[in-house]
Design a protein around this ligand. Structure first.
Ligand code: AMP
Ligand code: ZN
Length: 468
């Protein structure tokens, strides 16, 4: 399997640190608002990377943080007159809803920065002890020039950075030994959340969070570290400096970065007023369409969000859904059980689609080509099946389309609608349970029906039901 490594600027063969296992860390969002569709890109892309590794039989330990202490969270909390914790908890819950809608699997672990402060203080202390960090009036800085490999990920030269960095100096930072040094710990300001530390009551810098959480949940060395391309510098460069200075080992083997998502060929930004949240998109489209749209381009190519491309994605997804629904229908009417000799030959032909699909995914996760292979398979299925096909053959095609779509996180099986008579049976059971004062069972039945989109209403004429 080949992956493009930002560190070497090459596609490299993926060799895991430990056989059969992948340790992967993806920088998560800062939670002060509903996530926007730009944030959704790394979520969908790296969830797909994870799913492909799992398809190949790897055990993936996937860690993705929530940055729940940050200037933007504090600002929002002040605006609303609530605590920073209330803001971050609210938007973590909302983010998880959006992730579920986009069929992004929960990470093995979603650490919160505020729950890992002890580890951050420990790592900062260790960096001070090793001479990589120093304290000035309560602020702790990383001594950038001391880390010899600084710039290796972003391919930046320290002297160029120095001349560019000077103009960025802001008041209060003049006490740094070097303009290149960055903050590991900062003193609290009035009204801000703060933690005790050996230096002052304060809070950590953003970069130290990920070095600490990655080490705690995945170990000193990991296979893959990922995020959007804006994180290459300074965030990931600084993470490397911190982690490698403290651990004395290479931090991550492969660095993967997704390109940006633009809107109508413009950068998405608050000031341009062209910001779109995942929630808004979910009101107009099934979020599966958004997922399909994100995967219809290579993750390292810039992607442009537009109404027409979303329409095209909706149509593309529908082609797969229709083929799967047709197979389901044929399975219901088929009378022959076992495959004929010709059908066996046809099944062999489908191996070519699986091969091209895997070849695409193994070439640095080319999901656009992988989707094209699914389309080929769909066409093959549409043209080689009929009411005369055997159940065995139909089931094979059905399972294959569902499996390959599932690796991309695309749900292509339509929820089966409940039959009216099945609903009535459950309602009767619920009434009986209530008579026996078994309210637990009665509630279970109500919830079960609700999950299938059936709402119960207790009326004077008895129990009525309707579709949600
Ligand atoms: P943030 O909350 O800004 O730290 O962003 C969370 C993740 O979303 C990071 O991996 C960013 O690189 C990524 N991201 C933010 N905006 C975009 C965008 N317009 N396109 C693609 N990725 C983005
Ligand atoms: Zn990070």
């Amino acid at each position: 399997m080949k992956v493009y490594n930002t560190l070497t600027r090459k596609k490299e063969e993926f060799i895991p640190l430990e056989e059969g296992k992948v340790k992967m860390y993806v920088c998560g969002p800062t939670v002060y608002n509903l996530i926007h569709i730009g944030n959704a890109r790394p979520m969908i892309v790296f969830d797909t990377v994870r799913r492909y590794f799992e398809y190949k039989g790897y055990e993936v330990n996937f860690v993705s943080n929530f940055t729940d202490v940050d200037d933007k969270i504090i600002k929002k909390a002040i605006e609303e007159g609530v605590s920073a914790n209330e803001i971050s908890q609210r938007y973590i819950a909302e983010c998880k809803k959006d992730m579920e809608g986009m069929n992004v699997k929960p990470a093995t672990k979603h650490p919160l920065a505020t729950e890992e402060i002890c580890g951050m203080i420990e790592m900062i202390s260790d960096l001070i002890e090793k001479g990589y960090a120093y304290e000035k009036n309560g602020t702790v800085y990383f001594r950038t020039r001391k880390f010899k490999d600084y710039g290796k990920l972003s391919h930046k030269n320290l002297d160029d950075l120095q001349s560019g960095g000077r103009s960025l100096l802001v008041t209060g930072e003049d006490e740094k030994e070097d303009p290149l040094d960055f903050v590991l710990w900062k003193p609290k300001k009035e009204g801000e959340p703060a933690w005790e530390s050996p230096w002052c009551d304060g809070r950590p810098g953003w970069h130290i969070e990920c070095s600490v959480m990655s080490k705690k949940y995945l170990g000193e060395q990991i296979d893959i570290h990922a995020g959007g391309e804006d994180l290459v510098f300074p965030h990931h460069e600084n993470e490397i400096a911190q982690s490698e200075a403290t651990n004395g080992k290479e931090f991550a083997k492969y660095w993967l970065h997704n390109a940006f998502l633009n809107i109508d060929n413009h950068k998405m930004s608050k000031s341009l007023g062209n910001f779109r949240t995942v929630r808004e998109i979910g009101e107009k489209y099934d979020l599966q369409v958004l997922r399909f749209f994100m995967l219809s381009a290579h993750y390292r190519s810039p992607l442009n969000f537009s109404a027409s491309l979303m329409e095209a994605s909706a149509n593309g997804l529908e082609r797969i859904l229709t083929a799967v629904a047709n197979l389901k229908h044929l399975l219901g009417v088929a009378s022959v059980e076992d495959m004929t000799v010709e059908e066996r030959e046809k099944v062999k032909e489908t191996e070519a689609f699986v091969k091209s699909y895997e070849a695409a995914m193994e070439d640095d996760f080319n999901t656009a080509d992988a989707i094209a292979s699914i389309f080929e398979l769909v066409k093959f299925s549409n043209t080689t099946t009929s009411a005369q096909s055997s159940k065995e053959y139909l089931q094979k095609l059905y399972d294959l389309i569902v499996k390959l779509s599932d690796v991309l996180g695309l749900i292509v099986e339509k929820e089966e609608e409940m039959l009216a008579e099945d609903i009535e049976v459950l309602i009767e059971e619920r009434q009986a349970a209530r008579k026996e004062r078994n309210f637990k069972r009665a509630d279970e039945i109500r919830d079960e029906l609700l999950k299938k989109g059936i709402i119960l209403e207790d009326t004077r004429e008895g129990v009525k039901w309707k579709k949600a």
